[in-house]
Ligand binder design. Structure first.
Ligand SMILES: *Cc1c(COP(=O)(O)O)cnc(C)c1O
Length: 427
């Protein structure tokens, strides 16, 4: 199969694992920590990165690699790796090119967990983060950059505010500053948006969401476009362009070319920090990926119907869904997400926070869960749940109104979802 020529639906089903004669048709789970060699010399060459091959699952595992290759093919990247969670993916994506004394710029309206990682934990490691309003103009955002800035970060569709990012604008800003653009593409998935086509350099995913799609496995992925020229900005990225003493002075860019970034994250960060995805979870993730194209389309179709229903209901105070004409992000949605955005809708009810919470308690089909973006319709009140740690000011900067209900529309029948909302609104 020529993956370069295949359409996303084919890649979802078949990319990453091509069995040879007599091998299993379905990607096997290599539930083994370790791999056998004939001679001590063979193994030594692996440790020196002189040859590629499996030796210990903390670094690489064939099941994980097949699934990572599928995600790389879907995103149109050159290389990818799986991580144990989306949080680990965000952390590694940044930490792979930053160390103490460095700085990154990030959109402020990002996932609450990423916000905490950036605002609290990275600070403890000596990496500073400046949060900016992603809707500000280019010159305004450019002011946040410093000589030690190493990356710009944003989400294609923000969780939970569902704002749409102007990826091309962010790419222009990042590249004018000589740094890569890292995009969290969790909500859009490569079915609806491929950020590399708009200039992003690195994409990360919480595969826990639509990719797994069934709420079974926490996981993450990092994908490299191979487009960012680290050597052209060698002074900013010594980790990639200067010798690594922990591998006898090997230089990632020289030895691995376009695979330098993912190779470094694998053989250095995974080796030392060890947030691998279990092969069992990678297997389940792969089952999810096989139907991603079908499910995402159905999520979007259902969410569009539910959004239209909510918009026309006079108990609803406001609604954010970029598929609705007149939505603040309708135009950006048409540009970056022409086939639909995702199943997530943000809205508030007249009467504010308390009414929103009471409405949620009356839902029957839709469950109150922390999770988002799986087959089952679910709701969450971010201000009381995922974003509880944030101050009111941080909440507003993160695009989370205190009365915001995050409705994750599943792939059930849209009529049943709307009927459930209707009966809860009536109460
Ligand atoms: C859930 C989520 C994350 C974090 O992923 P985990 O798999 O829960 O660690 C990161 N970004 C976005 C947009 C998310 O929705």
């Amino acid at each position: 199969m020529n993956e370069k020529k295949c359409k996303p639906a084919t890649l979802c089903v078949q990319a990453g694992w091509t069995p040879k004669k007599g091998e299993p048709r379905v990607l096997p789970i290599y539930q083994s920590t370790t791999f056998k060699y004939e001679t001590s010399e063979q193994m030594a060459r692996l440790f020196d990165l002189e040859e590629s091959g499996y030796f210990y699952t903390r670094l690489q595992n064939p099941t994980n690699d097949a699934v990572a290759a599928k995600i790389a093919a879907l995103e149109g990247g050159v290389a990818a790796m799986l991580t144990s969670s989306g949080q680990a993916a965000s952390f590694y994506a940044v930490f792979n090119i930053c160390s103490a004394g460095d700085h990154i710029v990030s959109a402020s309206s990002i996932y609450g967990g990423t916000f905490n990682l950036f605002a609290v934990t990275l600070q403890k490691l000596g990496i500073e983060v400046t949060f900016i309003d992603q809707d500000a103009d280019e010159t305004e955002i450019a002011k946040a950059f410093r000589p030690n800035t190493k990356a710009l970060f944003g989400e294609t569709i923000t969780n939970p505010g569902v704002s749409v990012l102007d990826i091309e604008k962010f790419a222009r800003i990042a590249h004018a500053q000589g740094v890569p653009l890292i995009i969290d593409n969790t909500f859009a998935t490569p079915i609806n948006c491929r950020p590399f086509e708009w200039g992003a350099d690195i994409v990360i995913h919480s595969t826990t969401k639509y990719m797994d799609g069934h709420a079974t496995s926490v996981g993450g992925a990092i994908v490299d476009s191979g487009n960012f020229d680290w050597e052209a900005h060698a002074d900013k990225f010594p980790g990639l362009t200067e010798p690594d003493p922990s591998y006898h002075g090997l230089t990632y860019c020289k030895s691995f070319g376009k695979n330098a970034y993912i190779t470094k994250a694998t053989v250095q960060l995974m080796r030392d920090l060890g947030s691998i995805q279990s092969p069992q979870n990678a297997f389940l993730l792969n089952l999810g990926l096989e139907t991603l194209h079908l499910r995402v389309a159905r999520h979007c179709e259902n969410a569009q119907k539910v959004a239209e229903y909510l918009k026309s209901n006079d108990k609803v105070a406001w609604i954010n869904y970029c598929g609705l004409p007149g939505d603040k992000y309708y135009e950006l949605g048409q540009k970056y997400l022409p086939n639909g955005s995702c199943g997530v809708i943000a809205f508030g009810l007249k009467g504010g926070r308390d009414v929103s919470i009471r409405f949620m308690d009356h839902l029957k089909l839709a469950a109150i869960v922390t999770h988002v973006a799986d087959a089952r319709t679910s709701v969450l009140h971010p201000a009381s749940h995922t974003h509880r740690q944030l101050t009111d000011e941080q909440l507003i900067a993160a695009g989370v109104a205190p009365d915001l209900i995050r409705l994750s529309v599943g792939i059930e029948d849209a009529d049943d979802i709307i009927a459930d909302i209707e009966q809860a609104l009536a109460k």
